[in-house]
Design a protein around this ligand. Structure first.
Ligand SMILES: [Fe+2]
Length: 264
C-alpha cells in the first residue's frame, strides 16, 4: 500500500505561480512508478478560503485518478471545505472535517485542527474524544493520522507561536493506542521528523514556498523557493510503515524573504 502526501498549496487567485507549482506536484504524483492508493493533502489548500480558490484547487486535483483526502489548514474555510469534501470517509465528527478512511490496509484518520481566524491550531476535547473513540474501534490495525498543524515544536519562534494547542492532550490519547504508526502534517513548510509518544510525527513541506530553518536566529523566518517535496508512506506486512521523501521538481533555490524583508 502506498499513500502520497502533498501539503500547503496555498492556491491564490492573484498568485498563479502557486497553482502552477501545485499542478506540477499533482503531475508528479500521478506519474509515480508506484501508483499511490490514495493522496492526502494536509491543509492550506487555499490561501484565503475563497470559493474561486477552491474551484481552482478542485480542478488541479482532478487529474489524480486515486482517492484524494483533504483536511483544512489555518488558511482554509471549514464551511467551504465541508460543503465540497464533507462526504469523504466515514465516521464523521459533526461540524468538523474529521473522518476515517477504512478501506486501505492502514487505517487513516483525518483531524481538523482549524481554529477560525487564527494561525494557531486546536484540538479541543470534542475532537480528541472523537479520535480516542475511533482509535479504540480497531486496535489491531496500523493507523496513520493526518492533520494540518503538527504536534511538535520546530524551534522557529514564528511557527511555534502558531502551533497546535492541545498537543499534550493529543499525545496522551496516542499513548493509549500503540497502533498509531505515524502522525503526518503540514503547516511548517519544512520536512521535520520527531518522536511523538510511542509514535513518530512527520511534516511534508509545501508545494509552494519553503521555510529555511536558521536555529541560530530562531526569531526570524527565511522564506524561499527550493525543489519541493512530497512524502510517500508505504506499508506492507513485511516492512510496516516506511516513509520516503521524494523531490517533485528542480525549482531553483531563491530567497523571497531573508528574515529582514522581502527580496526584490
Ligand atoms: Fe501553509
Amino acid at each position: 500500500m502506498l499513500i502520497a502526501q502533498l501539503s500547503d498549496p496555498h492556491i491564490d487567485a492573484t498568485r498563479p505561480e502557486k497553482a502552477a507549482a501545485f499542478a506540477r506536484a499533482v503531475a508528479h504524483v500521478q506519474a509515480l512508478p508506484m501508483r499511490p492508493d490514495a493522496v492526502l493533502i494536509t491543509g492550506d489548500c487555499t490561501d484565503h478560503g475563497q470559493a474561486d480558490e477552491y474551484d481552482t484547487f478542485a480542478a488541479l486535483t482532478a487529474p489524480l485518478d486515486m482517492p484524494v483526502y483533504v483536511i483544512p489548514g489555518n488558511h482554509d474555510d471549514r464551511a467551504a471545505m465541508l460543503a465540497r469534501y464533507g462526504h469523504l470517509g466515514t465516521g464523521h465528527l459533526d461540524g468538523f472535517l474529521q473522518y476515517v478512511v477504512d478501506d486501505l490496509p492502514v487505517r487513516v484518520i483525518g483531524l481538523d485542527t482549524l481554529l477560525p481566524g487564527q494561525g494557531a491550531g486546536e484540538l479541543d476535547s470534542a475532537r480528541l474524544d472523537w479520535l480516542d473513540a475511533r482509535l479504540s474501534e480497531q486496535p489491531q490495525r496500523p493507523t496513520l493520522i493526518f492533520m494540518h498543524h503538527p504536534p511538535l515544536l520546530s524551534g522557529l519562534d514564528i511557527m511555534d507561536s502558531i502551533g497546535l494547542r492541545g498537543t499534550q492532550q493529543l499525545c496522551d490519547v496516542v499513548l493509549q493506542h500503540p497502533h498509531v504508526a505515524r502522525v503526518v502534517a503540514g503547516h511548517v513548510h519544512m520536512a521535520l521528523t520527531a518522536g511523538f509518544g510511542n509514535s513518530t510525527v512527520m511534516t511534508c513541506p509545501g508545494t509552494d514556498t519553503t521555510f529555511q530553518p536558521d536555529l541560530s536566529r530562531p526569531e526570524i523566518l527565511i522564506v524561499q523557493y527550493q525543489p519541493p517535496l512530497c512524502l510517500l508512506h508505504a506499508w506492507s506486512e513485511k516492512t510496516g510503515l516506511v516513509s520516503f521523501t521524494r523531490v517533485i521538481d528542480q525549482t531553483p533555490w531563491s530567497v523571497l524573504h531573508d528574515g529582514q524583508g522581502w527580496m526584490g
